[in-house]
Ligand binder design. Structure first.
Ligand SMILES: Cc1cc2nc3c(=O)[nH]c(=O)nc-3n(C[C@H](O)[C@H](O)[C@H](O)COP(=O)(O)OP(=O)(O)OC[C@H]3O[C@@H](n4cnc5c(N)ncnc54)[C@H](O)[C@@H]3O)c2cc1C
Length: 464
């Protein structure tokens, strides 16, 4: 059995970012994931905002890492081609109490190092977002809040980790931990994995894994967030991210454009006991429609393309839980609740800084492979079906397989042949957007499934 230098448990945004950084050294790294793909847990179902961190609690690790992560991920996105749209956000006050809270939020943003918020009156609010419901009293601008593709981000981290020789061990659920003198054996559903060091980035399962290392220090409560996605025709209705004034219950319900050209409303916040309860509910649907009626009533008569939910790994701590135990050669990265997409690269950087004081040699590798270039599945850049030169060079990019999302046969073919190919239809959807549109795969589902099964996209199942 290979003994890796480090095994990172959890192939979400956080684990994949950490594995990528560790693999930039001469250490041997394994990314151990229970599911059949990376990015298939909480990281696939969030609101996908690249937060400035303006509203974080000042002085916390979260506040520092969100601000740093915003910068790092923004730079990385440009480098590898993760879609980002710099829409900006507007926090809207609907009551006197909320209006009175805005100057405090501006001061908080400044305490967090973000100086560009401005208090604005109702005229500015309606100039910026004319389709908002009536009754807005004022607002606070957050010009640098942005939207990003969470799927491509996770895939980029894991792809680069793999290019840097990380072993991506999917379908490996860790069920037990045995600590030997100089290494740890992880019992998994696919056999044992041995490593000198273990990083626990298991998201909703982080407390259970932590207990297997002999700790009893926190409990994860899955906090469900449900969201509605409206049809593409609504996109002009949401030129910016419209944020509510946050309360003690969290960030609240926003109306946001999505990177795929839709409008999204959500999320709810509901504490559950079941860590697998990612279904949507009638209660959530009704609650969100109540919000839509107030925030943007024009949306009420528009089509809903999809509803989905994600589970935040909430804990009783109000901050991230990051801890290195040199004796057990074990790192906990837990409680990364509602900002982990933005903070992912900064969390990885922070973990590397903490590990620098251990027996791990973190000197950078001399032979780093070039970073990957990810396919653009966002609306902000040119998509293959719009690129005449590319189609002339390779007609597969002009043959559409998924009409709703304009996904070409060439993109599906590329995804199937990529460094980290999909294991199922959902994985293919996260790599290409196929079946993500208005018909939710009604028309292209069979063609896409056949392509996945055969490993190629045949001419018969696509449309010229
Ligand atoms: C509704 C909602 C909205 C959000 N909006 C935003 C936002 O706009 N911006 C933002 O920055 N953040 C947002 N977040 C937060 C962000 O999505 C999370 O912080 C982030 O995805 C956490 O990543 P992770 O890697 O810790 O967890 P996960 O993505 O859940 O990854 C953990 C992985 O560990 C695996 N695992 C668990 N147990 C085991 C085991 N025993 N063995 C092997 N593998 C295991 C799981 O299968 C999973 O793949 C939101 C979250 C939600 C739910």
């Amino acid at each position: 059995m290979t003994t890796y230098d480090v095994a990172v448990v959890g192939g979400g945004l956080v684990g994949a970012a950490i594995a990528r950084d560790l693999a930039g050294t001469n250490l041997s790294v394994a990314l151990v994931e229970a599911r059949n793909d990376v990015g298939d847990g909480t990281s696939k179902a969030n609101t996908a905002i690249l937060h400035t961190g303006f509203d974080a609690k000042p002085g916390t690790l979260e506040s520092r890492l969100v601000a740093r992560g915003y910068y790092l991920l923004g730079e990385y996105a440009d480098l590898v081609g993760i879609p980002v749209e710099r829409t900006g956000a507007l926090l809207v006050a609907w009551t006197r109490e909320e209006l009175d809270a805005l100057p405090g939020l501006k001061a908080k943003a400044e305490e967090n190092g973000y100086k560009d918020c401005e208090l604005v009156g109702p005229d500015h609010v309606y100039e910026t977002a004319p389709r908002l419901g009536t009754g807005a009293l004022g607002g606070l601008t957050v010009p640098d809040e942005s939207i990003i593709c969470t799927w491509t981000t996770n895939l980029a981290f894991a792809t680069e980790a793999k290019l840097r020789s990380t072993a991506i061990l999917t379908n490996h659920q860790v069920t037990g931990v045995r600590q030997e003198v100089d290494h740890t054996v992880l019992t998994t559903s696919r056999g044992d994995v041995a490593a000198r060091w273990v990083v626990n980035a298991a998201g909703l399962g982080a407390d259970i894994l932590d207990q297997r290392f002999g700790f009893s220090r926190f409990t994860v409560t899955p906090r469900r967030g449900e969201l509605l996605v409206f049809d593409k025709l609504t996109r002009p209705m949401a030129p910016v991210i419209v944020l509510p004034v946050p309360s003690s219950l969290g960030k609240g319900v926003l109306v946001s454009p999505t990177i795929y050209g839709n409008v999204m409303v959500g999320p709810t916040a509901e504490d559950l006991a079941d860590r697998g309860a990612t279904g949507t509910s009638v209660k959530g649907f009704e609650f969100l429609f109540g919000k839509v009626e107030k925030l943007m009533p024009d949306l009420m008569s528009e089509e809903v393309t999809a509803a989905y939910s994600g589970l935040r790994a909430a804990t009783d701590s109000s901050d991230y839980l990051v801890d290195v135990d040199a004796e057990r050669r074990y790192v906990l990265v837990g409680g990364i609740r509602s900002t982990g997409l933005t903070a992912s690269m900064a969390i990885a950087e922070h973990v590397m800084t903490l590990l620098a004081d251990t027996d791990l040699d973190l000197a950078p590798r001399a032979d780093l492979p070039a970073p990957p270039r990810m396919p653009n599945i966002g609306e902000v850049g040119i998509r293959p079906y719009q690129d005449t030169d590319r189609i002339a060079a390779d007609p597969a990019y002009g043959r559409i397989t998924c009409f709703c999302e304009r996904v070409s046969a060439g993109e599906i073919r590329d995804a199937l042949a990529s460094t980290l190919p999909p294991a199922d239809l959902d994985g293919l959807r996260r790599r290409t957007r196929a079946m993500n549109g208005r018909c939710q795969g009604f028309y292209c589902g069979a063609a896409v499934a056949t392509a996945l099964e055969d490993g190629v996209v045949s001419e018969e199942v696509t449309h010229g």
